[in-house]
Ligand binder design. Structure first.
Ligand code: 3H9
Length: 695
């Protein structure tokens, strides 16, 4: 047997164990090894049945994503059919995850036993493909097309108990000795005939109402915009109810081949690996021990602080929430309560769940009360003197070894750290708003931040369900600094002749959930105004004035909170309506600035917005503020809603080609001036024919 799969005998049961760490992916050699095991069991007259189990932490997490779309052996193509064809029953014993090709393998087996903590699913759609190992044909035959459609199109990981109820699993056992439980199960069913084969179960796929497929297409219309995989998944399940098994499998293979090497699949695979890569910091290896955060503290119970406290409570970590007065504390706690109540109304949280979470948040008003926390996150006003005062107080009380983080979105981490005698314990942990919802956690490594502090922040990010990515210290850090030129450019586009609704439409068509002007209205025009004021004071020469949003702010058009900003909103409705008053401001400013407005193509709008940020991101890479281009992409995917199926800002740029972008920027530099001067890195990459991925 290959080293990836082992075979042993326990009485009359042959046990085939997949051992391909870390997640038992179906890398070359694994399907072949499974087939060898099955053949051994079939050939041995003393063996009555077999168990297929995974070593380590999972059953099988799917095909090896690194090998997707590459040639496979004939055995690897057909191993599920070989398992299913075995005259002796094979029982899949599932713990950890049975995902994608992993669940498809289990569906090729005759029975499935799982422990309670296991999860099963067909998440291929999330990496831009479809279950290509007959999953779209077997699952509907086993649990009916409606339930199968939901599982396949959502790609969600289904907990074992629910999978048992759906009929995916034959038995759900207590966590513990799965191997023995599965052997006992195999002994029980060993003599039962006929051996159940899902490919031959056709009852559930006859007389199906065909309307379910169109209903699903309609349901995913908004979410699946510009994507192919979700629709191909539906087409495959449709084939399962209209074609015999073998023809359905052929159809599935055909559609799989069509998309496996397409842009969508490549971008999503890139995003999958980039997310994992982001946690690997060149000089921080496993020997660096992260602090075990058993008690957290948050300073400031405003919107951000409250949201951060919720992140800890949601993950079962007790958290102290500190404010300067009972009054502020009560307001903060009331907001948290209201947020949880909204989740209950939406059905995503139970009343007991809310009570458990609220019990984990301990509101306090004295710094002494948070002294024994393992990590503290400051979320007070974005003003340096205030931050420094807080950090000096924290320095005085926090226990030795505690990590002290600031949630600042722009301020200098090193200066904040200088307010303490332990700058090594200080770093940035920048949450995005709303903190309890947005997945990105930007971890800012100051010049003195210790490796332990960074490792702790990364570990905490994972524990609280965030995607952590690390960057260096600079104004705006990685995420907001790379986003800033986009913010400026969208305003310049308006000065030059575009309208907010036109720009928003281009970006929504590109794949953003909402356009940037609507986002501006949602966060409030006062935010940008305050940032511009600060920047104007700090660096008056570099600062580009933006008279249109300044004037809207001064008119009291602050966005959705005042029923109008860039757009006007009707009461209780978030639909943006173009506003003549705004158009008048735009026209006035154009006239005063002596600008002759011109028409923009959609492509020009898209490129002007995104190239401006590509240029800044290149400078960030050049300065070593980012470890790698893919970290920029992770921040854009999880912080700014960049469409995942386009990979991320710099992955998208690489698809266009750095050389082409460089040429366009050089032209724009001539037309529009200095702001389009290409970053040195862009020039270098263009001249050497390289990409951001190579940088
Ligand atoms: C498929 O099955 C297609 C078939 O239908 C048909 C084919 C014809 N491949 O996420 P983690 C690596 S498509 C390769 O940190 P966790 C991962 O990169 C597949 N590598 O652990 C990481 O490596 P490193 C359908 C994989 O405990 C390490 O394992 N299946 C794969 O947080 C640990 O990963 C999926 O889409 C893979 N399939 O989460 C499931 N999976 O240490 C994809 C993981 O070098 N996987 N790695 O950074 C997952 O969703 C999560 O990894 C899982 C565990 C939930 C399983």
């Amino acid at each position: 047997m290959s080293g990836l799969v082992e075979y042993e005998k326990y009485g009359a049961i042959g046990v085939i164990t997949v051992n391909n760490p870390p997640v038992n992916a179906l890398s070359p050699g694994v399907p072949e090894g499974i087939v060898e095991g099955v053949e051994k069991g079939v050939a041995d007259p003393d063996v009555k049945a077999m168990v297929l189990i995974g070593a380590g932490r999972s059953f099988i997490a799917g095909a090896d994503i690194k090998f997707l779309g590459k040639p496979r052996s004939e055995t690897a193509k057909n191993y599920r059919e070989i398992i299913e064809g075995s005259e002796k029953p094979v029982v899949a014993a599932i713990h950890g995850y049975a995902l994608g090709g992993g669940l498809e393998t289990a569906l090729g087996c005759h029975y499935r036993v799982a422990v309670k903590s296991a999860k099963v699913g067909l998440p291929e759609v999330l990496i831009g493909i479809l279950p290509g190992g007959a999953g779209t044909q077997r699952l509907p035959r086993l649990i009916g097309p409606e339930a199968a459609l939901e599982m396949i199109v959502s790609g969600r990981h289904v907990p074992a108990t629910e999978a048992g109820e759906l009929g995916v699993l034959d038995s759900v056992v207590e966590d513990g000795d799965l191997r023995n439980a599965a052997i006992a199960f195999a002994e029980k069913i060993a003599d039962q005939r006929p051996v159940p084969r899902i490919s031959q179960m056709n009852e559930k796929v006859t007389n199906v109402d065909p309307a379910i497929f169109d209903a699903m297409r309609k349901k995913i219309e908004r979410r699946a915009r510009n994507q192919i995989a979700p629709y191909h998944c539906i087409a495959c399940v449709e084939a399962a109810v209209s074609l015999p098994f073998e023809e359905g499998v052929a159809r599935e293979r055909e559609l799989f081949q069509e998309i496996v090497n397409g842009d969508e699949a490549k971008s999503l695979r890139y995003a999958f690996f980039s997310e994992r890569e982001a946690t690997k910091i060149p000089d921080i290896d496993k020997s660096i021990s992260a602090v075990d955060v058993r008690l957290a503290a948050v300073v400031g119970a405003g919107t951000m602080g409250g949201g951060i406290a919720m992140c800890f409570a949601d993950s079962g970590i007790p958290v102290k929430l500190l404010e300067i007065s009972e009054e502020f504390l009560d307001t903060g706690m009331a907001k948290i309560k209201a947020n949880y109540e909204t989740s209950i109304k939406r059905g995503s949280l139970t009343a007991e769940g809310m009570a458990e979470r609220m019990a984990l948040i301990d509101p306090v008003i004295s710094y002494d009360d948070i002294a024994n926390a393992d990590m503290v996150i400051e979320a007070v006003f974005e003003e340096m003197p205030v931050k420094k005062e807080v950090f000096a107080k924290l320095d005085a009380v926090m226990k030795e070894g505690a990590i002290m983080a600031s949630n600042t979105s722009t301020l200098d981490i090193d200066e904040i750290a200088s307010a303490t005698k332990r700058p090594e314990a200080v770093l940035g942990m920048h949450f995005f708003s709303p903190a309890n919802v947005m997945k990105l956690l930007e971890i800012v490594r100051g010049k003195n931040s210790s490796k332990e502090a960074v490792a702790t922040a990364l570990k905490v990010a994972r524990r609280i369900g965030k995607v952590g990515a690390v960057c260096g210290n600079c104004d705006g850090f990685l995420a907001n600094r790379s986003r800033m030129p986009f913010q400026t450019e969208m305003n310049i586009l308006i000065e030059d002749g575009a309208l907010p609704e036109q720009v928003d439409k281009v970006m929504v068509d590109f794949g953003y959930p909402v356009g940037p002007f609507v986002v501006g209205d949602m966060s409030g025009l006062d935010i940008g105004y305050a940032v511009r004021k600060r920047r104007a004071a700090e660096s008056p020469n570099e600062f580009r004035k933006l008279p249109i949003p300044d004037r809207l702010f001064e008119m009291g058009r602050l966005g959705q909170k005042t029923a109008g900003g860039w757009f006007t909103y009707k009461k209780g409705d978030r639909t943006p309506h173009p506003e003549p008053e705004v158009v008048k401001v735009i026209e006035d400013v154009r006239r005063e600035m002596g600008i002759k407005p011109h028409d923009f193509t959609d492509e020009e709008i898209l490129q002007r917005l995104l190239f401006s940020s590509v240029n800044e991101a290149a400078k960030i890479l050049e300065e070593g503020i980012a470890y790698r281009a893919s970290d920029v992409d992770i921040m854009w995917l999880y912080g700014f809603g960049f469409p995942r199926y386009r990979g991320g800002l710099l992955f998208w740029a690489d698809q266009i080609g750095v050389k082409k972008i460089y040429e366009i920027m050089c032209e724009w530099e001539k037309t529009y001036g200095d702001r389009w001067k290409p970053a040195n890195l862009i020039k270098e990459l263009a001249e050497s024919g390289k990409s951001f991925a190579d940088a």
